[in-house]
Design a protein around this ligand. Sequence first.
Ligand code: F6R
Ligand code: MG
Ligand code: MG
Length: 381
Amino acid sequence: MGEKITLSVIKADIGGYVGHSSVHPRLLETAERYLAASKLLIDYRVTHVGDDINLIMTHKYGVDSPEIHHLAWNVFLQCTEVARELKLYGAGQDLLSDAFSGNVKGMGPGVAEMEFEERKSEPVIVFAADKTEPGAWNFPLYKMFADPFNTIGLVIDPKMHQGFRFEVYDLIKNERVEFSLPEEMYDLLVFIGAPGRYCIKSVYSKTTGEIAAVSSTQRLNLMAGRYVGKDDPVCIVRCQSGLPAVGEALEPFANPHLVAGWMRGSHIGPLMPVGLNQAAPTRFDGPPRVVAMGFQLTGGRLVGPQDLFADVAFDKARQIANEIANYLRSLGPFEPHRLPLEDMEYTTMPEVMAKLKSRFVKVGMDEKTQRFAAELELGAK
Ligand code: F6R
Ligand code: MG
Ligand code: MG
């Protein structure tokens, strides 16, 4: 057996430039300098999507390594100092804790990492999205690894034909469950069709048992108990030779799906695939963006990134996303553009309700309707 390497992608919003739209170049330079000085890494890249900095790192310390997580934490602290100096918007917003305690999980930054033995050739894609949440990967991961209309390899590649194992997290109850596809496809869909709660954490090949994809799952808003920004997610997908081809991994994004996030983390919008130079969402703080960075790994070195959504073949997806965005914007503060009350990250409902409480008067009901209303209320409790 060859030696294993770990690919870690750790991201955080350390302050926006301007507003929540992008990252100031000095933050990226600061992160670069800090990672360059570290002896822990085989290689690294610093990129951004919208106002989120992505640290893409390779090393030999495995997943959940305190050394690597501490390194990322320190990078973000250094960046916060620069963000404060420039008075960038929301400086240090994703660093929820004052002191590092062994693992950045639960402290604000998003994490996707996987450990594996490098294959003869190891193509990987790092996806990163802004103005949305981890469940945004459910639809594309399902298409990549379970839908033969997207991934013809599931039908005609003997190394894919057995299917894949999906690990799903319940982000509210903090539980995990596994599904074996294609047999349990319908069961899986019951859950992942509700991406605000159930989220695909990882995918494994049933042929080799190897890890194929992993996503970040943190829900900052729930963890913090207050609004601290949508937990803009990242995802790593290994490609080719028994896994989805690069083109099969990108194909789900040709049809922009609707995700939660966008303005004030309280709207539905299309996830627009863009090249790295278009990764600064400005219209109504959006629409939500996704970038795809392709790398070949060699001995843990990152050859790339290849800016995969820069391809003109994704122009149409951008056009469709703009059209969907236009239509949804026309709905203004009405659902389904605006999220249901319980899913919004901002709400003035309690204040407005308190102000108007005395003006609400009971509407007369006959006995049968009263009983029905009481039952409904009981059911809601
Ligand atoms: C969405 C996001 C932005 C902000 C919006 C208001 O994830 O970060 O849309 O919610 O710009 O920001 P504040 O409340 O900071 O003025
Ligand atoms: Mg922000
Ligand atoms: Mg963001």
